[in-house]
Structures are given as structure tokens and as C-alpha cells.
Design a protein around this ligand. Structure first.
Ligand SMILES: Cc1cc2nc3c(=O)[nH]c(=O)nc-3n(C[C@H](O)[C@H](O)[C@H](O)COP(=O)(O)O)c2cc1C
Length: 246
């Protein structure tokens, strides 16, 4: 089959742990084979918050999902999302939840929901990092999972390395900034704090492999389901152009 395309999105405002973790996850996904990846950081491609004029519902297109806000990277990032088969999405924990940068993309992505559920049937795995061992990682993973479930996406858990590797979290990749003791967030060292968290790194790699596996299964599987047997028509952007027989 044609390779699956996995988009990594890093939702931190700084060049730190999350960007490196998302890149590590993409490399790991590629190692599964027949996977191509793309990386985007919301630090480099900032997305402004939704202003709730609902113009996306009337005038949005897949190329320009939000007709109102044009002086940011929201439309560019959403257009990338519409073309991906799978996702690895990461955000650091901020006050027990996702960052404002990622929340802005979450809200703006309603434009893709309005475009015929453009993210439906795409696969996603999640990752996060915090200063504290129990600093809100699980809550942050579920913030992201709820967002993607609302888009009818298929959110995977941490993958099957957990019986043999120490993984530390069942819901996605989850790191602590330093291990066994956290590194203070105000230091330069904190920007590579994940490197000491070997258990967290195992969870990042395992969720990445799970995303690669599940994205291929879904893409190949749907290509083999006759259109009349699907509950809803596939979205036109869904990547069914594989060599699998229809
Ligand atoms: C505004 C802000 C809020 C934060 N809130 C939390 C928190 O609730 N729990 C926690 O353990 N760490 C918290 N942190 C620490 C970050 O999650 C941590 O430094 C993380 O490694 C940053 O990821 P990055 O390097 O990708 O930016 C917070 C940091 C900032 C700047």
C-alpha cells in the first residue's frame, strides 16, 4: 500500500521537550515502515484563538477553513491536518491541562468539523510532559483525547510494549522533566529534561508505533469496505488511494 502520512504537532510555545518528543515519536513511527511524517510546531506556526463568528460554517473551504482570521497559521495547520492519515500530538502540561497554543488550534479546528467532519477516521496518539511526576499529565492527555474524539477520530492508547517495558502511563506518551527527580523549569536543563526519563521515553516510542500500526490498519481496512457498507460516506480527503483492492 502507499505510505501513510503521520503529522506531528507540538503545542509548546518554546523550543524544548515537547518538540523533541514529537520528533522522537515521528522517527519511531517511521521505523515501523511505510510511514512518511511531517512536523509542525505551534511555536513556529502560531494559531490565534477562535472568535466565534461561525463564518467557517458558511464560507470555509478545505484550503481556507477559517475565512475570518488570516494573519496567522491557523488555516495552514488545518489544511495540513486535513491531508494527514494519522497524528502524534504533544503538549506540555500548563496548569494541569493543555497550553493556550494548542487550545487555540482545538477551537479553530471546528472549521474542519464544519467541512463534513474532515478529520473523521483519522488516527491519533498523544504525548505530554510536565515538571512534576503527577503534574497533570493524564488530564492533559485526556484534554487532547476529548478534542479528537469530538472529530470522530480514533485515539489510541500507549501500545503493546507495556508488558515488557516499563511505560509509566497507559493513555499516551507521558514524561517528567527529569528522572527520578524533576529539573527546575526555570533552568536551561529543563529544555532537555525528558532525556533522563527513560520510562517516559518508552511510552513515547510505544505510542508512536501504535499510531503507525493503527493508521495503516484503518487506511487499508477502509479501502476494503464497500462504500455501501459504511455508515457514512468517507470524507473526500480521506486517503483511500492505496493499492489495496476495493
Ligand atoms: C505556564 C506554565 C504552567 C505550567 N504548569 C505545570 C503544571 O500544571 N504541572 C507541572 O508539572 N508542570 C507545569 N509546567 C511545567 C512544564 O509542563 C514543563 O516545564 C514542560 O517540560 C515544558 O515543556 P516544553 O519544554 O515543551 O515547553 C508549567 C509551565 C508553565 C510555563
Amino acid at each position: 500500500m502507499t505510505p501513510v502520512k503521520i503529522l506531528g504537532i507540538a503545542g509548546s510555545p518554546r523550543k524544548g521537550n515537547t518538540e523533541q518528543l514529537v520528533k522522537l515519536a515521528l522517527e519511531t513511527a517511521e521505523s515501523v515502515g511505510n510511514v512518511v511524517t511531517q512536523f509542525v510546531s505551534l511555536r513556529e506556526k502560531p494559531v490565534k484563538p477562535c472568535i466565534a463568528d461561525y463564518a467557517c460554517g458558511q464560507k470555509g473551504t478545505l484550503e481556507e477553513p477559517c475565512p475570518t482570521i488570516k494573519d496567522d497559521c491557523g488555516n495552514e495547520v488545518m489544511a495540513m491536518m486535513a491531508k494527514a492519515d494519522g497524528f502524534i500530538i504533544g503538549a506540555p502540561v500548563y496548569f494541569g491541562g493543555v497550553t493556550a497554543q494548542l487550545k487555540a488550534l482545538m477551537d479553530r479546528s471546528m472549521a474542519l468539523e464544519f467541512k463534513g467532519m474532515a478529520l473523521r477516521n483519522k488516527v491519533a496518539g498523544l504525548l505530554t510532559i510536565a515538571y512534576a511526576r503527577n503534574g497533570g499529565q493524564e488530564h492533559t492527555l485526556f484534554d487532547m483525547a476529548r478534542w479528537l474524539m469530538l472529530h470522530d477520530m480514533i485515539v489510541v492508547s500507549v501500545g503493546a510494549d507495556r508488558p515488557k517495558e516499563s511505560i509509566g502511563c497507559y493513555w499516551g506518551g507521558s514524561c517528567t522533566q527529569g528522572f527520578p527527580f524533576p529539573i527546575r523549569s526555570s533552568t536551561q536543563e529543563s529544555k532537555k529534561g525528558f532525556q533522563e526519563d527513560v520510562i517516559g521515553i518508552n511510552s513515547i516510542k510505544s505510542v508512536a508505533k501504535r499510531v503507525a500500526e493503527m493508521t495503516k490498519i484503518i487506511k487499508a481496512g477502509i479501502a476494503n469496505v464497500p462504500a455501501g457498507e459504511l455508515a457514512w460516506p468517507l470524507h473526500p480527503t480521506f486517503g483511500v488511494q492505496t493499492d489495496a483492492k476495493k
